[in-house]
Write a protein that binds this ligand. Structure first.
Ligand SMILES: Cc1cc2nc3c(=O)[nH]c(=O)nc-3n(C[C@H](O)[C@H](O)[C@H](O)COP(=O)(O)OP(=O)(O)OC[C@H]3O[C@@H](n4cnc5c(N)ncnc54)[C@H](O)[C@@H]3O)c2cc1C
Length: 460
């Protein structure tokens, strides 16, 4: 399979040992694909995943802290791989996104008319006050997405060690892992899938291979309990995106789950008070049950989110995947974990484990994500301008509403918003679709309308 003239002479031989550091989505995907591929070509590999969390307990310490929205494209790709997402892993199937602004809202339905987006918990779910399964009700049956993926990896033959890796060093050019008990057995390849919410990432930087971790910003996640009936009646199968100009907030969304809603907020110095202010905003408060009082205590976490690319995410016998290398800007991080894990597994099993192999066969996948994020940054900058400009905000809202009422004219503006906020399509495609004369005219007409209405109000 590998051509020695093109690749390094570092290969995984029969019986080779792989250590995967981290059992989040990237680590599990890598393990599933590497083991499947090795089986297909008749190669025997010995793969161990080191994961210090147990994803079945409640609360942030057992959770990989994210909104848990699995994009439609990833749900489909996983189904093709034989990884089918169903309840009790799926908490709710999403078919609608609602864009809520201070000038009103617009509901966008899935262009495929399917409930193709899944919401999941990344751990055992929020900390609940209930102590028995009967008190927890349907929540007692929930299963973590990350636990499910680890099970899939184990079924393919991965060994799972509930161990925290304390350090990584190079010894005679080979990476060596250390746990609290000391040095672990020698391996042929180390896969860095530890995410960005751990100090372990520094240990990779200190190896001196040129690896620099990606830039990050902090996000604020809160799980609010309102009961399953209220979630169904008030939020249904829709994710609510709020463009309400709250100071210091770049992005706020509410994702419905079983009997909880997840509030995800991005911005500068978002704190618990910012979340309380958000919940107290009349537009947001309106969405919650009349009798509901904003609780002071709720399950919350402040994870980092990847907003930049890592430098040199590979070396001889080391490859960094998932959040430790490249992730799609603000959206579908689990989708990028899938892409990078698959590309790394293909390279390691089919071509080699030297830095030239990863540079040639794996790095292009990371670069594609990074290039796409460049267009994502432009699109989100536009969204920021629109959010802060009442006339533009109103024009965009009215353009989308008009399209929803007149589907025969095509959903140009609506699909751009849908694909951007669901993470369903590449930013480059969305960016190119935005350069459309008909769309431009439609928005321009609505801008003139908004100016005209304001002018008439002043004149009266
Ligand atoms: C607020 C927020 C909301 C998000 N919402 C979404 C969303 O809705 N949809 C989406 O697709 N993406 C979302 N993301 C992004 C998504 O969470 C990440 O892109 C994804 O989890 C990356 O997967 P990973 O496996 O690379 O890393 P992680 O999920 O971080 O997994 C890393 C694993 O490594 C383990 N680990 C770390 N250090 C060690 C060690 N020393 N020893 C042993 N184990 C270790 C950790 O316990 C963890 O299980 C969101 C991110 C944030 C911050």
């Amino acid at each position: 399979m590998s051509n020695p003239q093109e690749n390094s002479n570092l290969e995984l031989n029969d019986g080779a040992k792989i250590a995967v550091l981290g059992g989040g989505p990237a680590g599990s995907f890598f393990s599933i694909f590497a083991l499947k591929l090795a089986k297909q070509i008749g190669k025997n590999i010995d793969l161990t995943i080191y994961e210090n969390r147990s994803f079945s307990a409640e609360g942030p310490s057992s959770c990989n802290m994210c909104a848990g929205v699995i994009s439609e494209s990833l749900v489909q790709m996983l189904a093709i791989e034989g990884i089918c997402l169903k309840p009790p892993i799926v908490q709710r199937a999403i078919d609608t996104y609602c864009f809520q602004t201070i000038d009103g809202d617009v509901f966008l339905n899935s262009p495929s008319k399917q409930k193709g987006i899944a919401t999941v918990y990344r751990g055992g779910g929020p900390v609940s006050q209930a102590t028995t399964d009967a008190d927890k009700g349907p929540e007692s049956k929930r299963k973590s997405f990350d636990d499910f993926l680890l099970d899939c990896a184990e079924k393919e033959g991965a060994k799972i060690e509930n161990v925290r890796i304390e350090n990584i060093k190079l010894k005679n050019g080979r990476p060596v892992l250390f746990s609290k008990k000391g040095e672990l057995p020698e391996v042929d390849l180390v896969v860095g899938a530890c995410g960005i919410n751990t100090k372990t990432i520094k240990a990779f930087e200190e190896l001196g291979t040129g690896y620099t971790s990606p830039s990050t910003i902090k996000a604020y996640q809160s799980e609010i309990h309102i009961g399953e009936e209220n979630v169904s009646a008030l939020f249904g199968n829709a994710v609510f995106v709020y463009l309400i100009n709250q100071p210091g907030v770049k992005f706020a969304a509410i994702t419905p789950k079983g009997s909880y809603v997840t509030i995800s907020m991005l911005g500068k110095d978002v704190t618990k008070q910012t979340v309380m202010d958000f919940l107290n905003h009349p537009i947001v408060k309106n969405k919650f049950p009349d009798s509901w009082n904003i609780t002071e205590s709720f399950c919350r976490c402040i994870p980092k989110i990847n907003v930049g690319a890592a430098r040199r995410p590979f070396a001889d016998r080391i490859v960094m995947i998932g959040d430790t290398c490249s992730a799609r800007l603000y959206k579908d991080g689990i989708g990028s974990a899938y892409l990078t894990a698959k590309a790394a597994a293909n390279t390691a099993i089919l071509y080699g484990i030297g830095k030239e192999d990863f540079l040639k066969r794996y790095y292009p996948t990371c670069k594609r994500i990074d290039r796409d994020n460049f267009f994502g940054k432009i699109m989100f900058a536009f969204t920021g301008i629109i959010n802060h400009t009442p006339i533009l905000r109103e024009a965009l809202l009215n353009t989308s509403r008009y399209e929803q009422k007149n589907p025969e004219l095509g959903y140009r503006c609506s699909t751009i918003l849908w694909d951007m906020f669901t993470g369903n399509e590449q930013y480059t495609d969305i960016f190119l679709r935005a350069f459309n004369l008909k769309l431009f005219v439609r928005i321009l007409v609505n801008i003139f309308n908004a100016i005209f209405i304001r002018f008439m109000k002043l004149w009266r």
